[in-house]
Write a protein that binds this ligand. Structure first.
Ligand code: IDP
Ligand code: MG
Length: 140
């Protein structure tokens, strides 16, 4: 498997509880490198656009409210099989289902406030990275 890039977000429930360092340490510990990173506070239109794929889901409105409730850390991760590896380190969407030792099991509050986001495919990763970073901001 070649080197890949993926988009990672540390969500508001985690920034609020001062967990950014611990989450980044787990990602780095799994061999992923942070090659771009910034702390931002999304407006409603940003969150709506980012999660547009979920616009027909019953949780969409709450998800947009949650993702705009505080600052987030957005980052590009690079490494072997980065998309799958990031999702493996994060764990399943709900902390209840997430495997022991994963970010969502250890830090997630519930299925919505689950501390981290990770792109789910190469196409999504490309789109999400382009939504959040200019080429100049990805510095290796
Ligand atoms: P993922 O983040 O594991 O890829 P998705 O199904 O893409 O999961 O959902 C995006 C985000 O929407 C989740 O990370 C979580 O914050 C929220 N979410 C997903 N399903 C539910 C739900 O059933 N209730 C409330 N929030 C949800
Ligand atoms: Mg998803």
């Amino acid at each position: 498997m070649a080197s890949e890039r993926t988009l990672s977000i540390i969500k508001p429930d985690a920034t609020e509880r001062n967990l950014t360092g611990q989450i980044i340490a787990r990602l780095e510990g799994a061999g992923l490198r942070v090659i771009a990173q910034k702390r931002v506070w999304w407006k409603k239109k940003d969150a709506k656009k980012f999660y547009d794929v979920h616009k027909d889901q019953p949780f969409y409105k709450d998800l947009v409210a949650f993702m705009t409730s505080g600052p987030i850390v957005v980052q590009v991760l690079e490494g072997e099989d980065a998309i799958a590896k990031n999702r493996e380190v994060m764990g399943a969407t709900s902390p209840v289902d997430a495997a022991p030792g994963t970010i969502r099991k250890d830090f997630g509050v519930n299925i919505e406030r689950n501390s981290a986001h990770g792109s789910d495919s190469p196409e999504t990763a490309k789109k999400e990275i382009a939504f959040l970073f200019s080429k100049k901001e990805i510095v290796g």
